[in-house]
Design a protein around this ligand. Structure first.
Ligand code: HEM
Length: 170
């Protein structure tokens, strides 16, 4: 996990301590519940109306309302509020939960593009909060890309390395 964090920093250009600056203040108390709902609504409105079909299609198996709720509950919980996400869905396990999706560097860049717009469209997010949040988002997006690359690598090794049909007996 430590090396995934390092890779995420290299790929995103965000140092781990800057990504963790969301923990330096309670952003949930500072911004309030409604701000997080508004942020995720703005984000997914942008995503689901993206003119780049390759990106929009990544979200095709989720309804917009579900995606919004999943996201704001997670953000509320991660940024100092009640554990809404854990109560409803359990462990957030972000790498595993993104397993079905093509989380590439290109997808991360597009995700961040929409999140930056959503942060700007959402009322009352001050500059300091925006900076803390965007650093966290950027680092996490590339953490997911690094996690995906690691998972793909393990899948390849699993298929063609140990335990294949060349292992003898059977
Ligand atoms: C869910 C894609 C980055 C947090 C999803 C879903 C997709 C997706 C397709 C399913 C929508 C749903 O049903 O909820 C991506 C892509 C990313 C990315 C392509 C680019 C890197 C991020 C980042 C975060 C994040 C940076 C957190 C900071 C979540 C959460 C869920 C989710 C909490 C809900 C998971 C669940 O409950 O199943 N993402 N995501 N994602 N994503 Fe991402």
């Amino acid at each position: 996990m430590q090396s995934l964090q390092r890779q995420a920093s290299c790929m995103s250009g965000v140092r781990q301590e800057d990504a963790l600056a969301i923990d330096g203040v309670n952003l949930y108390e500072r911004l309030g519940f409604d701000t997080f709902v508004q942020l995720s609504t703005n984000f997914y409105n942008n995503v689901y109306s993206d003119d780049q079909q390759w990106f929009r299609s990544i979200f095709a198996n989720s309804t917009k309302d579900d995606a919004i709720q999943n996201q704001y509950e997670f953000f509320v919980q991660r940024m100092g509020g009640p554990s809404l996400y854990a109560h409803r869905k359990g462990n957030s396990a972000l790498i595993a939960r993104h397993g079905p999706y093509p989380v590439t560097e290109r997808a991360a860049a597009r995700w961040l593009f929409h999140m930056k717009s959503a942060l700007d469209q959402t009322d009352d997010i001050d500059f300091d909060s925006k900076t803390r949040m965007f650093n966290y988002f950027k680092h996490t997006a590339f953490f997911l890309v690094a996690g995906k690359e690691l998972t793909n690598h393990h899948r390849l090794v699993g298929n063609y390395g140990v335990g294949g049909k060349h292992m003898g007996r059977a």
